[in-house]
Design a protein around this ligand. Structure first.
Ligand SMILES: Nc1ncnc2c1ncn2[C@@H]1O[C@H](COP(=O)(O)OP(=O)(O)OP(=O)(O)O)[C@@H](O)[C@H]1O
Length: 873
């Protein structure tokens, strides 16, 4: 708990801090509207902490936690307490949980500490023997520091980190900070050095304390030897404030394109998000600076450099100047740890006094650094810089400028060569785009991102804001049909009578992100064309307004149907309709992966992005997060994770290893949702995650237990069993073991045919083929397919090449013949996966063997891959 906290996650990072005016009110800055808009403006907090998509503060008046934001796992907007008198000393948040350390107990119980936790897999009240001084939460675990023997203990899930197994039992700590998958602590004693344990992405092995202590600094990614005042943990990195100069030092994994920690800046307080860190500058402005990935480097809000406490400052701390950041409650102060020691060319001028930090001065007789020379020459010449100083500085400045120019040219050249290399096999022929055919497109062959203006002209119509305002009746609440994280969707009627859906970006503080998602969606939808992708009709970009105009989908989203509280609405989609929608959505995604050029990775496949038209046909929507993949779809992109919790591919989440198989994972979750009627994550069930709940049941052959109790089961369960098997293959941990989308589609088509042929479906639904707005009804019989073997539980794996099974023709796939699709699916990952399974199970393979075979299969492991393998095998 600190005066600042950072929330992270797929809805964007947010920095929150206590205001610098001593009011104890919270102020936040960032791009997650659910946090920004819900920040309480009347509650006073003692300190803050934050996790994935939420922020919590410890209320000043009741000493209870109060959280806001958008996590389903912790109650939001209410004060949390475990029993009537639970008052907390400190709180700390992990990814999806929060723990609170209760105030010390009295009497007989004074040697017991109570810790209450809320959240995903964590809700529990703990009694620990011994007095705990402070707690710190990591991704899925927590640690406590005992007040008396200064030892650390941890509890929770250590699968990905081994933080419990590696606890350094013999060491004593002043303070500890848990990060995503590791813990760092400052050791007791004069030197205040840091040791860390757990797992970091940059390390090929777990960081055990012994290697830090006894083998020395063998690995540059380990904590520096410098003494530290404080330390914080990010997902795979940690940062500390150095004792002698308050400079920040970071170690661990650095995401590509990260900004480095600021140089020559003194900091008071630091807090870490997942891949970035912020600190408060030790100046009167008290403005935060941030470094790392995906967050601005300077934030426009002044925050308090510490928490106001009623007790006087302890030894080793000094009282922060009250004029700059006054504490409103009388007698309370902000206590800042005093710096200690001075660098080699400095000596202590004033010691830490309780009201002032210790001061160091340069020893001008032994200057080595330019800082020292500058300082001493200023003192000597009354502020006029000496010749000696310039003769030393000038070559350094010239060298720095030359190096910067060289670096920029090298990066630019490498980028150009890389893009050309990636595009060498990819030619986007004119024929692959229905209806384009213009010579301008031909000119663009091989170009990844044609000019937006040309795309707009090609397909999407430009609307004025007034036109869309008129169409939606002034964006009235009555026209609102849905709301997403970054947009509201309105029903509208254009001048010519066309009914449309108008998606209006919520005006958020992060215009850049909004604008990026808007352009991604506009760009992609302008180049894609498939019966089961939502058609873009037009757009409007005026001032701060960003609007996209789509075909209106009269039946809303799949999510609205399968999770509806109304029985009638739920039953509108019976089993045949549900599976039909799954097939159609699979076809849309298959098109993105296999036939769009370059391939497109959707990154946000979920039930609210599968829309349903008047005739109950599915369309895949929402391309705001989509990315153009590499021409060779098997090579991964390194991208920071984005998407929706519960649907997010674990391989991508952990390793930033993005391929089309990430969409396959999300689609697998969608299939489980369709089968079970349960949300991807639903905390009303003990096993809240649909994958973790359903897959073991499916593997045990108990598919019936998984089926949505709100729908009458079909008389023949074979088709649904087949779908359940496909789903469990799609959600395999390793992308390579998941089937490709074309296999999934083929297997689902078979299952659908089987379902429609079963006696329970008296009147099979005949979905409409929708090709560019035209609707044709095809009433092909499905008996042929209904007689197929029901023992075939896995269509994707046991695909029979001899039978040329044609999917019912009403299932649209205008541009690809099924034989073409099948050709591409014969030798891929399912067969590999099967082999691997046989190898592992049949031969009693050890973990080491499994690791080796995986390494052989995917080539030498990068640090990220290595970590992934460690985490999962
Ligand atoms: N073309 C459309 N026709 C009818 N309803 C639509 C249309 N597009 C979106 N909606 C409705 O609006 C809702 C919000 O859509 P939007 O794409 O903005 O967000 P989302 O995908 O649900 O959530 P998020 O933005 O968090 O991913 C959808 O769930 C759907 O119910």
């Amino acid at each position: 708990m600190s005066s600042i906290a950072i929330s992270y996650g797929e809805n964007g990072p947010v920095f929150c801090g206590l205001k610098s005016d001593g009011s104890h009110l919270a102020t936040c800055y960032g791009s997650n509207p659910a946090i920004i808009h819900a920040t309480p403006d009347h509650l006073h907090f003692l300190g803050l902490t934050a996790g994935n998509g939420f922020v919590c503060g410890l209320l000043m008046d009741s000493n209870q936690p109060f959280c806001w934001g958008n996590t389903e796992f912790i109650p939001m907007g209410v004060s949390l307490q475990s029993s009537r008198n639970s008052e907390y000393l400190e709180i700390s948040a992990g990814d999806h949980h929060l723990c609170g350390l209760r105030k010390p107990l009295m009497g007989n119980m004074r040697n017991t500490s109570l810790v209450d936790c809320w959240g995903y897999n964590m809700t529990k009240n703990h009694d620990f023997d011994g007095q705990i001084q402070s707690i710190s939460a990591g991704s899925e675990f927590n640690c406590g520091l005992f007040a008396q023997n200064r030892s650390v203990f941890c509890w929770g899930d250590q699968t990905s980190s081994n933080v419990i197994g590696l606890i350094p039992k013999e060491l004593m700590f002043k303070t500890i900070a848990a990060g995503g998958f590791h813990v760092c602590g400052i050791l007791e004693g004069a030197h205040s050095s840091v040791v860390c344990w757990g797992t970091s992405l940059d390390l090929e092995e777990e960081i055990s304390v012994s290697s830090v202590m006894y083998a020395g600094q063998l690995n540059v990614d380990l904590a520096p030897l410098d003494p530290m005042l404080s330390v914080v943990g990010g997902k795979f990195h940690a940062c500390g404030i150095r004792s002698y100069d308050r400079a920040v030092v970071c170690w661990g994994y650095t995401v590509e394109r990260s900004t480095p920690p600021p140089l020559g800046v003194k900091l008071y307080e630091i807090a870490a998000g997942d891949y970035f860190t912020c600190g408060i500058i030790a100046e009167t402005s008290l403005l935060p600076v941030c470094w790392g990935a995906s967050f601005p480097s300077a934030l426009p809000l002044a925050v308090s450099p510490g928490v106001c406490k009623a007790a006087p400052c302890a030894r080793g701390f000094y009282e922060f100047n009250n004029a700059t950041a006054p504490c409103k409650s009388p007698g309370s102060h902000i206590c800042v740890p005093c710096s200690s020691g001075c660098s080699s060319e400095m000596y202590e001028v004033i010691e830490c006094s309780g009201t002032m930090d210790r001061q160091c001065g340069y020893n001008c007789s032994s200057c080595g650094s330019s800082e020292c020379i500058k300082n001493c020459s200023q003192v000597a010449s009354g502020g006029i810089k000496s010749e000696k100083f310039w003769s030393l500085q000038l070559p350094i400045i010239v060298a720095e400028v030359c190096f910067a120019v060289f670096l920029v040219s090298a990066v630019a050249l490498t980028s150009v060569l890389y893009v050309r290399y990636k595009l060498r096999n990819c030619s986007c022929s004119v024929d692959s785009r229905k209806g384009s055919g213009s010579s301008s497109f031909r000119k663009e062959s091989g170009k990844i991102r044609p000019d937006l203006d040309e795309l707009k002209i090609r397909r999407a119509q430009k609307f004025t804001y007034e036109e869309l305002e008129r169409a939606t009746d002034g964006f009235k609440d009555e026209s609102l049909v849905g709301r997403g994280s970054f947009s509201c969707v309105f029903k509208g009627v254009l001048k010519d009578g066309t009914i449309v859906a108008v998606k209006r970006a919520i005006v958020s503080s992060d215009m850049k992100k909004n604008s990026k998602e808007f352009h991604t969606e506009l760009d992609l939808l302008s180049r894609l064309n498939h019966a089961h992708l939502l058609n873009l009709l037009g757009y409007c970009e005026e001032g701060g307004e960003r609007l996209l105009v789509y075909e209106f989908m009269a039946n809303g989203s799949l999510h609205q149907h399968i999770h509806s509280k109304s029985k009638e609405m739920k039953e509108q989609l019976d089993w045949v309709r549900r599976v039909t929608i799954a097939v159609q959505a699979a076809r849309g995604i298959e098109y993105l992966h296999g036939y769009a050029c370059p391939p497109v990775i959707h990154r946000d496949i979920k039930s609210s992005n599968i829309l349903i038209d008047e005739e109950h046909n599915a369309r895949v929507a929402d391309f705001g997060l989509s990315l153009l993949g590499p021409a060779n779809s098997s090579s991964p992109l390194a991208e920071l994770p984005a998407g929706t919790l519960g649907y997010l591919d674990p391989e991508y989440y952990r390793l930033h290893y993005l391929t089309t198989k990430s969409d396959v994972y999300s689609f697998g979750v969608l299939l489980l949702e369709i089968l079970s009627g349960r949300k991807a994550i639903d905390m009303q069930y003990e096993e809240g995650n649909v994958v973790e709940w359903a897959v073991p049941l499916i593997k045990a052959g108990d598919v019936e237990a998984v089926l949505d109790p709100g729908l009458k089961p079909p008389s023949d369960l074979e088709a649904l069993k087949r779908i359940a098997n496909i789903a469990s293959k799609c959600v395999r941990m390793r992308g390579k073991e998941r089937p490709s989308m074309d296999k999934v589609t083929t297997a689902l088509e078979r299952a659908l045919a089987q379902l429609m042929g079963s006696p329970c479906s008296e009147q099979p639904i005949l979905p409409t083929e929708v090709v560019l707005g035209s609707s044709r009804m095809h009433k092909k019989s499905s008996q042929r397919s209904g007689n197929r073997s029901t023992s075939e539980t896995d269509g994707a794996d046991t695909e029979d090449q001899r039978i040329e099974f044609r999917a019912p023709s009403w299932i649209t796939f205008p541009s690809v013949a099924s034989s073409q699709r099948r050709k591409s699916s014969v030798s891929e990952s399912d067969l590999d996966a099967k082999n691997i399974e046989t190898r592992n199970v049949g031969n009693g393979t050890t973990v080491g063997d499994a690791l080796r075979s995986l390494v052989e299969e995917i080539g030498p492991a990068s640090p990220q891959e290595h970590l992934y393998l460690q985490h999962n095998f």
